[in-house]
Design a protein around this ligand. Structure first.
Ligand SMILES: [Fe+2]
Ligand SMILES: [Fe+2]
Length: 418
């Protein structure tokens, strides 16, 4: 993202900047996914204030987790390196700036991180600078407080640059504006974290039945599906607002791809060895059960969930399941029946892009992970399988996108280790 000093500072009259802040607030309220919210909070705050970099720390069980980080001065390689440090944990009771903000619940404005007076109760931890080669100077750290005023995290903005590119300290107006913004941001984070926790609980229920479908696998599939769809959409010049909305819903929907397993009998789910034809059909019913769990469709998210669940076992060559069915009845749709009344298979672009993306993300993660019945395959073997299945099981374009973004996929996997 390019920030634009003139755009950020053009609001000579403070009222204009406050008005713009209100618009930011409503942008945040449209998002439902937690990761998308963090990404939006950081990019909007940085753009608004002209900060080159920034981080979000989330407080969980007495620890602070570096949960999101962005830096405009990094090239693609640097961004990936930065992303790989995300998810690092630190205890709250240290003297880091973020810990100080959490403990005291106050805004901390530091003009030069490397020149903090010795009598201050906080220090700048330069570990991340050392690892990434970046130099932090001015920082503005704000507590993110929930509705009961508990500090749930920290929003940190780094290196405000003026129109000539010089790094400047953050000023009083920045502090005031970001304080208002952080209130809205915290509420959005709290709301979307609640949604995420509810989704993970539904997934845990399915996990109790089928141990292959862990919350980690689910989150990795969600993140990978969002990445694949983003790259696919970028090749097509689609409306960015629509892409953002779809990505937001897709990430959550892809996490839920197998929740229907909650309704499949144990004898089938946990049967070692090959399934009989009848057992296979019972297993395949997880698609319809999943759709029933989220019926009736009331929101765009419900619609996306139904789409992903319905299509995640379809194959590009038309040999997947369940094919052209009415999800409510499980029967073949008229005009799409074979001679013996069975549903015809869906193939190619007849399968929704969200289903195609979820299918690839699901299999890629399953192959790359250790399962009860197999070790994790190494990356070369996974890629070989994907190439063999390109145009058969998977959309060839999506396989191409995945193979070109392998390091991205690796970083995403590392965010949700088992
Ligand atoms: Fe499935
Ligand atoms: Fe899965």
């Amino acid at each position: 993202m390019e920030w634009d000093e003139s755009a950020a500072r053009q609001f000579d009259i403070n009222n204009d900047r406050f008005d713009a802040l209100r618009t930011l607030g409503s942008t945040l309220n449209e998002v439902s996914d937690l990761d998308m919210t963090m990404e939006t909070v950081l990019s909007e705050a940085r753009r608004f204030i002209g900060a080159e970099a920034g981080s979000i720390y989330v407080r969980r069980d007495g620890r602070l987790i570096l949960s999101y980080a962005q830096n405009d001065s990094f090239d693609e390689k640097g961004q990936k390196k930065l992303a790989s440090y995300v998810n690092q944990e630190l205890p709250v009771n240290t003297n880091s700036m973020a810990s100080f903000v959490v403990r005291e619940g106050v805004t901390l404005n530091v003009p030069d991180a490397y020149n903090i007076e010795v009598d201050r109760p906080y220090r700048f931890k330069s570990d991340l600078d050392k690892k990434t080669g970046y130099t932090t100077r001015s920082t503005l750290s704000l507590p993110l407080k929930d509705i009961r005023s508990n500090v749930i995290g920290v929003l940190q903005l780094i290196n405000r640059r003026d129109s000539s590119g010089e790094i400047q300290p953050f000023d009083r107006t920045d502090e005031e504006l970001m304080l208002i913004f952080s209130t809205t941001a915290a509420l959005a984070l709290e709301r979307t974290d609640l949604i995420r926790q509810m989704l993970l609980r539904s997934i845990k229920m399915a996990e109790l039945r089928d141990h292959r479908e862990t919350v980690y696998h689910a989150q990795r599939v969600g993140a990978l599906a969002a990445m694949l769809y983003g790259e696919w959409a970028a090749r097509r010049n689609l409306d960015p607002v629509e892409v953002k909305r779809n990505t937001d819903n897709l990430r959550m929907a892809a996490m839920l791809h197998d929740v229907g397993k909650v309704g499949v009998s144990d004898s089938v789910l946990n049967k070692p060895g090959r399934l009989t034809q009848q057992e296979r059909e019972e297993m395949q019913r997880h698609v319809q059960i999943g759709i029933q769990v989220f019926a009736p469709i009331k929101t765009a998210l419900d619609e996306m969930i139904a789409d992903v669940i319905l299509n995640h076992h379809e194959r590009w060559d038309g040999r997947g399941y369940p094919g052209w069915i009415d999800p409510a009845t499980g029967l073949a749709l008229s005009g799409h029946r074979t001679d013996d009344g069975k549903p015809k298979g869906k193939k190619g672009e007849e399968i929704s892009i969200f289903g195609r993306v979820a299918a690839l993300a699901d299999v890629f993660d399953a192959l790359s992970s250790t399962r009860v019945y197999k070790d994790a395959f190494d990356e070369d073997l996974v890629c070989q399988i994907l190439m063999q299945e390109s145009g058969h099981h998977f959309d060839p374009e999506l396989v191409d996108i995945l193979l070109k973004n392998l390091d991205n996929a690796r970083t995403l996997r590392e965010r949700f280790p088992e």
